[in-house]
Write a protein that binds this ligand. Structure first.
Ligand code: GAP
Length: 471
């Protein structure tokens, strides 16, 4: 591990001091809205608006490109959200996917024990102590009331399949996408003839009935994961874990996240999830502290071993090179699409004063930016200028998200595009009609460049490709 691990030695300033700055920009510009707002909203569920859906789709595409498209050894999967309920018994989630919950005896408010003030430095062993509330004299952070001893609260959402609401028809909304890959291991391996090591990647919704969701889209009850399960020979698991961890860290860097705001944090033995032999989080310095962005886990043979035993199916792998049959180990990379999009949004936020005025911009990587190009007329009263703009935008749209806007003066239009992270603005002016050239303005440097109209699409396609490959 090379990234910084010791929080005491290293605590850079967050990209924004106050989370409210991002929440308000997100709402005002149409990135994220509270769900069902006209009914007062529903706690911890958010809707992605016109710009947010573009950003999140771009994050998912960038992940898929790096994890599937550009690799020989990883294939994709899209398994159902609802699975056979036995999956969650076998995987250990019915028994162990829990958080410690305490309840205020006065106002019945519920809290996650490990998020109460005064519990920051407690180990998982402490958190399992039934006398912990008494021992530390913990009180309700809202009204100072007495708190109940902790109990384990299962985070899985339950529902019923079919028309009868009885125990026999209980199913769960998946709390992780990973299990879809395990129960399909044999189908995928046999249909693709992949040899170890190989991976199954999946992007999809997951649901957790979090006790204390919050911090905007950081922790929600419905979210999307981007997970990859890498099946390996048992003796290679430790080595391949050490390869995946920096590779995943590097992915965030390649999309522009500030290196000082990323670090690794290894889970203590008593903190490990029930399936993990080793787990290291890639953490980001959010405005509310260092928090998990992605986890890399060595799950050993826990999942395939347990599913093989419970289903009675043979989930071992036959290695023709050595004539051996064995249950592969799994190295998992588990990221959140919402959390990654949130991180890119926060880290891209810039405020500066330009010619006496505040300029807000999002220095998003061009591949992640909702719009790649905005086409703006200098004089919207000249039909030939508007016509040329429309022609350019229509041409660009076959290859990328481009937008036309003439609803304000050029200065205001630039500021609007800066604030939503559009990397390039194209301005068509009176001269363009004579010399067949237009002006390209770069978001971060604000530099302007005159280029021929002819070939402008090629220029942006090339710039996007260059940004993607880090040129
Ligand atoms: N399959 C392993 C697994 O699910 P995890 O660390 O519990 O591991 C992986 O979750 C990632 O999913 C986290 O790093 C985070 O990015 C995202 N995630 C987990 N719970 C979330 C929540 N309640 N809201 C938003 N994202 C969440």
């Amino acid at each position: 591990m090379t990234a910084q691990t010791d929080p005491a030695q290293h605590d850079p300033a967050p990209a924004v001091a106050n989370l409210e700055t991002i929440v308000s920009l997100a709402k005002r510009r149409g990135f994220v809205f509270p769900s069902s707002e006209i009914y007062g909203g529903i706690n911890a569920v958010w809707d992605y608006g016109p710009l947010g859906v573009e950003l999140k789709n771009n994050v998912k595409r960038a992940w898929w490109r790096a994890m599937v498209q550009e690799r020989d050894d990883i294939v994709g999967l899209d398994a159902g959200i609802l699975m056979h309920p036995q999956v969650w018994v076998t995987s250990g989630h019915v028994e162990s996917f829990t958080d410690p919950l305490v309840e205020c005896r006065t106002d019945n408010r519920r809290f996650r024990l490990d998020e109460l003030p005064g519990t920051e430095r407690l180990s998982q062993t402490d958190l399992r102590d039934p006398r912990i509330v008494e021992r530390l004299r913990l009180r309700c952070p809202v009204d100072g009331g007495e708190l109940s001893p902790p109990r384990r609260f299962n985070l899985m959402f339950r529902t019923f399949m079919g028309p009868v609401e009885e125990d026999a028809s209980v199913v769960y909304l998946r709390p992780e996408t990973a299990q879809g890959a395990y129960v399909n291991f044999r189908n995928v391996q046999q249909s693709t003839r992949k040899k170890l090591p190989f991976g199954i990647a999946q992007v999809g919704k997951a649901f957790r009935n979090e006790i204390t969701p919050g911090n905007f889209v950081f922790r929600t009850r419905e979210f999307e994961q981007m997970e990859m399960q890498y099946f390996v020979r048992p003796e290679r698991a430790a080595e391949l874990f050490e390869e995946w961890l920096p590779r995943r860290h590097a992915w965030y860097l390649s999309y522009g996240v500030t290196p000082e705001r990323l670090r690794y944090r290894e889970h203590a033995p008593d903190e490990l999830a029930h399936y993990a032999r080793k787990a290291v989080d890639v953490e980001y310095r959010f405005p509310f502290g260092w928090k998990e962005l992605e986890g890399v886990h060595n799950r050993g043979d826990w999942d395939l071993g347990r599913h093989a035993e419970a289903s009675g199916e043979n989930l071992s792998y036959f290695d023709p090179a050595t004539n051996e049959s064995f249950i592969p180990f799994i190295v998992e990379t588990a990221a959140g699409a919402d959390r990654a999009a949130f991180t890119f949004l926060i880290d891209a936020y810039r405020e500066e004063v330009v010619r006496g005025e505040k300029r807000v911009s999002l220095a998003l990587h061009p591949d992640l930016a909702p719009y790649k190009v905005a086409v703006l007329p200098l004089l919207k009263k000249r039909p030939e200028i508007v016509e040329l703009c429309q022609k350019i935008v229509a041409d660009l749209r076959t290859d990328m998200m481009a937008v036309y806007d003439d609803t304000a003066s050029i200065g205001k239009l630039y500021r609007r595009q800066d604030e939503i992270g559009t990397p390039w603005c194209v301005t068509v002016d009176v001269d363009s009609l004579e010399d067949g050239a237009l002006t390209i303005r770069q978001r971060d440097s604000m530099e302007q460049q005159r280029v021929p109209v002819e070939g402008v699409k090629r220029l942006f396609v090339d710039r996007l490709a260059a940004a993607r490959s880090g040129i």
